[in-house]
Design a binder for this molecule. Structure first.
Ligand SMILES: Cc1cc2nc3c(=O)[nH]c(=O)nc-3n(C[C@H](O)[C@H](O)[C@H](O)COP(=O)(O)OP(=O)(O)OC[C@H]3O[C@@H](n4cnc5c(N)ncnc54)[C@H](O)[C@@H]3O)c2cc1C
Length: 394
């Protein structure tokens, strides 16, 4: 495979690199150390990035976006995440849901949802699937288990749908202006066959933001509960086909999910490698630089090796994703698990090289370790993701 970047890809990479170096890195640690989870977020960085086109990177040209391919999105993601993984994710969360809009919406809906999104630097998107008793079950659902998966109900009344139930961990739920809510429109069949998506402009009557989760990692990123009490959504906001949310095969949104997290992990690994190299060259223990000690050299070598292996695998899946005819879902799930192992190992080694004494953890090594833990618990969980092998066994 040819991983050389085009001129356009290189240009986007440089925009993202400059923004990460000059703007994101500057606020990353300060935001991470704020105790109250609702206050870690910062609109200024989002609006600045938006003016560079980083919020709307997932929008096709026909709706005023740059219409870049998956490889470009992955490269930009890795650069932004080098500055701060959670801030990067706040941008890419918008790209991800724009892909869903393009996959599932009618042209009339696309215009209704994308026009205000394009016009407003403070317009972010979110999607609600997870519930207190349904996480991975929603993504890799058991074939026949009607009781499994999300339960938030949507019942038709005239030309409206009435929603009742609860979502948790929903990114941007407390700050987003449009949230895609996955509802159980047929509770008697498997979640795969009875789920419908509604686009919900926020704030909405009958929808309450509950707790904002006080996470150990990705502290900038807002994750909140949404409580639905007879919330009404017009029928014209039903996306795609009734009961068809999880039957839909392929599409840009599905291709993007694991690639997005894995590209983000590449950026975090790059940050950890940079940090560890600098520390090992400048810090002395036993009268000589840490980098002179063989055990530290082995740790640095392993960090480089895992980071470069992840980058290659990620670029391969990005390239495959740009190939319209290619539906290699198994590769992207395996990439996601490979990324999970790589980011956690690389960040732990960085922490080991830094040590934990004398407050040096504030320099960011422990932040990367805390951020890296998230990979076990997103996009399904690391164990359930291995069910992707079923795609290969068919
Ligand atoms: C930072 C962050 C951001 C997130 N953002 C969003 C968001 O924007 N929108 C959203 O909808 N969700 C979001 N989530 C939720 C995320 O998608 C879920 O956490 C993830 O799907 C895993 O679900 P869970 O945590 O409920 O774990 P579970 O799926 O409940 O897994 C817990 C344990 O049970 C095991 N298990 C699960 N299912 C089975 C089974 N069928 N058989 C046997 N064992 C099983 C798992 O292997 C695991 O060990 C976010 C989560 C995090 C951490």
């Amino acid at each position: 495979m040819d991983f050389r970047l085009t001129e356009e890809q290189r240009a986007w990479q440089l925009i993202a690199r400059k923004f990460a170096d000059e703007e994101i890195s500057r606020i990353s640690i300060a935001r991470d150390t704020i105790a109250e989870p609702r206050e870690t977020f910062d609109w200024e960085i989002i609006c600045k990035g938006s003016r560079l086109g980083l919020r709307t990177l997932g929008v096709p040209k026909q709706w005023g976006g740059p219409g870049v391919d998956f490889t470009t999105q992955a490269i930009v993601m890795a650069e932004l995440a080098r500055g701060d993984s959670a801030i990067a994710k706040t941008f890419s969360q918008c790209w991800k849901w724009c892909h869903l809009i393009m996959d599932r919406c009618t042209p009339e809906q696309q215009e209704r949802f994308l026009k205000p999104f394009m016009a407003d630097d403070g317009f972010v998107l979110g999607g609600g699937i997870t519930e207190p008793n349904a996480g991975s079950d929603n993504r890799l659902p058991p074939a026949i288990a009607p009781k499994s998966g999300l339960r938030l109900s949507a019942k038709c009344e005239g030309d409206e749908w009435v929603l009742n139930g609860e979502k948790c961990f929903i990114a941007n739920a407390n700050i987003g202006k449009l949230i895609f809510v996955f509802t159980r429109t047929n509770p008697d069949v498997a979640v795969r066959d009875g789920t419908t998506i509604f686009a919900l402009p926020m704030p909405a009557q009958g929808v309450r933001v509950g707790k904002v989760f006080n996470k150990s990692g990705w502290r900038f990123y807002q994750n909140a509960e949404l409580i639905f009490e007879n919330a009404r959504v017009p029928h014209c906001n039903l996306m795609g086909v009734l009961n068809g949310a999880m039957k839909h095969q392929g599409g840009k949104n599905a291709k993007f999910a694991e690639l997005e997290y894995s590209a983000n992990a590449v950026g975090v690994c790059d940050a950890a490698v940079d940090m560890a190299m600098k520390h090992a060259k400048t810090e002395k223990r036993g009268g000589r630089p840490l980098a002179d000690q063989q055990v530290v050299q082995l740790q640095l070598a392993e960090m480089h090796m895992r980071t470069e292996a992840l980058r290659s695998f990620m670029l391969r899946v990005a390239t495959e994703s740009d190939d319209e005819g290619n539906e290699h879902f198994a590769h992207s799930h395996f990439l996601m698990n490979f990324a999970t192992e790589a980011i956690q190992r690389v960040c732990n080694l960085n922490q080991t090289i830094h040590g934990y004494a004398d407050g040096r953890h504030r320099a960011g090594a422990d932040k990367l370790v805390r951020d890296a833990i998230i990979w076990t618990h997103i996009a399904g969980d690391a164990v359930q993701r291995m069910k992707a092998v079923s795609f290969l066994l068919k």
